[in-house]
Write a protein that binds this ligand. Structure first.
Ligand SMILES: [Zn+2]
Ligand SMILES: [Zn+2]
Length: 345
């Protein structure tokens, strides 16, 4: 009989279960990873609620994980059993228009682990060898579970291109907003202003290096910024919430000639009001950022390995796999934790 394992699987929109299923076997060019830690992310809640197309049900969730190679299939050199690893979740065809232009996120066949095919909210996961990064000794498996979200944030920062001396506003002190604070500081921002209504998250934003903390429910953002930037507005605004009012605020408060990063995932069909005249007359640059892949992964690994980024400020709750379903459901209402990591048995 095959060995069994626990896995958090979505059976239908709203129907998330902790199942017992057989441990998968690695095929040609694949390795089996024994998961160590797996992060829970807002995207998991979107998938679980059915807001995100999940075509292959039942689907094992989990796209932020670290682990150890437990077995290798054929043709997986130089990977070896016992290697500590993380896995770029973005698997693409490598042959289409987008793949050949280094934009595999837009590949029509792209499949993300934990989104389109079995991910790492399970004791084991099978992954393609080409997506695996072996960790340096200085990076723990605990911290390595943060590589995926950090790679995404790095991609966002690449897209918006913070310059030395920029004044940066980050809207939202959630798990991704907090990551952007540290990266903006590393990237040379002169001032990082964070707008966040929750007091405990504002405190974490301070711990991540934010220079000015604004409670937008107390002082309207525009008013606060007028004072902080001599009525000019920030050079860069990073929207890291995904709500329509905050997106509208981002465009409204950025300075003339400024740049807005659309980082927060808004509901797929939501629309916002945007005056083309503002884009035109303010010469705005609005850029999107969807996910991190390619070199953002080794760069995230290096930042963590060199101690330039401290995920433990953001990862404020570590729970067992048995509580993963509850932790995902809790994302909707419970704002007392920022980021949950699931520790595998
Ligand atoms: Zn995520
Ligand atoms: Zn492709």
């Amino acid at each position: 009989m095959r060995e069994m394992m626990a896995a958090v699987r979505l059976h239908a929109a709203g129907d998330l279960r902790l199942d017992r299923i057989p441990v998968p076997e690695p095929g040609l060019g694949e390795v089996l990873v024994k998961v160590w830690r797996s992060g829970i992310c807002g995207t998991d809640l979107h998938i679980a609620k059915g807001n995100f197309p999940a075509p292959n049900l039942p689907l094992t969730l989990g796209h932020e994980f670290s682990g150890v190679i437990a077995a290798t299939g054929e043709d997986t050199d130089p990977l070896a059993q016992g290697d500590n690893v993380v896995v770029d979740i973005n698997i693409a065809c490598g042959r289409c228009y987008f793949c050949r232009r280094g934009q595999k996120l837009f590949c029509p066949h792209v499949a993300q682990l934990g989104v389109h095919r079995a991910g790492g909210l399970a004791e084991y996961v099978v992954v393609p060898a080409g997506n695996v990064y072996v960790l340096p000794e200085s990076l723990s498996l605990d911290d390595a579970a943060y590589v995926e979200p950090l790679a995404c944030a790095i991609h966002g920062q690449d897209r918006i291109g913070i310059r030395s001396g920029d004044r940066v506003l980050i809207i939202g002190g959630g798990p991704m907003g907090l990551a952007h604070i540290a990266l903006a500081k590393l990237g040379g921002a002169a001032t990082v202003i964070v707008s966040e209504p929750d007091a405990s998250r504002r405190e974490l934003a301070g711990a991540m290096g934010a220079d000015v903390l604004v409670n937008p429910f107390e002082t309207p953002l525009e008013e606060a910024l007028a004072e902080l930037t001599e009525g000019i507005g920030p050079d860069v605004v990073i929207e890291a919430v995904g709500s329509i009012p905050t997106y509208e605020a981002a465009v409204a408060v950025v300075r003339r000639g400024g740049r807005v990063l659309a980082y927060g995932a808004a509901p797929q069909t939501a629309t916002m009001s945007l005056r083309p005249f503002d884009i035109y007359s303010k010469e705005l640059t609005i850029v999107g950022s969807y996910a991190g892949t390619y070199d953002t992964w080794p760069r995230a690994i290096d930042l963590l390995a060199e101690g330039r980024f401290t995920p433990s400020i953001i990862v404020d709750s570590i729970r067992p796999l048995a509580e993963a379903v509850e932790a995902i459901r809790g994302l909707e209402t419970d704002k007392s934790t920022v980021k949950v990591h699931i520790q595998m048995p």
